[in-house]
Ligand binder design. Structure first.
Ligand code: F6R
Length: 291
């Protein structure tokens, strides 16, 4: 349905993707967990399975904690869930401290009733000549199940989604990729230094993420503020793979106030719509002009 001018939220007119700003990451995480739980339950009631695409990293941790709580306290069942993780470092043994297999087990899979054969994380133990075949079968499995119903993604400081680094094409497939320096530098904290940080990873391709029926991107904290502004307000660019999501038909960015701070509607709201000039806003405008 085409929105008439009166229905368009003017405050969002600089934004090229749907953005929901939450007071803090806990509230945002609860909203995401609730959406995932409702989808799982809705599918279960219809006798269907639910295919999740999941992310690791610091951002989704509370979402998984909340899903575990819902499983334990509210009877949310994952028996009808299939899950495919976005990525894994390569090479990587599944029981290593930094493995995404281990991350998912510790944060979610070991605490809910998802059948072991229903979850997959890209295999970081493959011989190099087996990787392409693995990537093809990973995508095939997703497609055989009817595609991803709900894809959760974080965003790297360089705009990556999954490990689709800047330069990744919108039609890129699941593949082995060389990690960007920005990504390795951020990961080096977990690997006790850059020298120990893997140079490669296996990642779900952009095309598979774009094919998901619903995508939610999450970002918390001021470390993400600049890349969120670019991904939301600047035109789509290969240099910011998250910006591809502007063209997804059902995608939302759930971000906290700190990550939203550079969006035009927050930083300079007077450019967006008529504002009530109180003392706080006058101070903000003067500071912004001075800067
Ligand atoms: C992890 C992944 C990455 C992260 C991103 C943000 O599976 O796909 O794209 O989502 O690097 O990481 P955090 O959440 O640690 O800031």
């Amino acid at each position: 349905m085409i929105k008439t001018t009166s229905q368009v939220d003017l405050s969002k007119r600089f934004e090229r993707v749907n953005v929901e700003i939450f007071n803090n990451s806990i509230l945002a995480s609860k909203a995401v967990a609730k959406e995932i739980a409702s989808l799982i339950t809705e599918k279960k009631n219809a006798g269907k399975h639910c295919v999740l695409g999941l992310a690791t990293g610091s951002s989704p941790k509370y979402i998984y904690a909340e899903l575990v709580r819902m499983h334990k306290e509210e009877g949310l069942s994952f028996a009808n869930v299939y899950s495919f993780n976005l990525d894994e470092y390569y090479p990587m043994a599944p029981d290593s401290l930094q493995s995404y297999v281990r991350f998912m087990k510790e944060n979610l899979f070991d605490h809910v009733d998802i059948p072991r054969e229903n979850w997959m994380v890209p295999d970081g133990t493959l011989a190099p000549d087996k990787i392409n075949q693995f990537c093809e079968s990973y995508e095939q499995r997703i497609n055989d199940l009817g595609g991803i119903d709900f894809q959760l993604v974080g965003i790297g400081g360089n705009g990556h989604i999954g490990f689709n680094e800047p330069g990744s094409r919108v039609d890129s497939k699941t593949r082995l990729i060389a990690l960007d320096h920005v990504t390795r530098a951020a990961a080096s904290r977990d690997f006790s230094g850059l020298i120990n940080t893997p140079k490669k990873a296996i990642t779900l391709g952009v095309s598979q993420i774009m094919a998901a029926k619903r995508v939610v991107l999450i970002a918390w904290g001021e470390g993400k503020v600049e890349i969120i502004r670019k991904a939301v307000e600047e035109p789509v660019s290969e240099q910011v793979p998250a910006s591809y999501l502007q063209n997804h038909p059902n995608c939302s960015f759930y971000i906290d106030e700190s990550a939203a701070a550079q969006l035009t509607r927050i930083k300079t709201p007077w450019l967006v719509e008529t504002v009530e000039w109180d003392k706080k806003l006058i101070k903000k405008a003067v500071t912004s002009l001075a800067l």
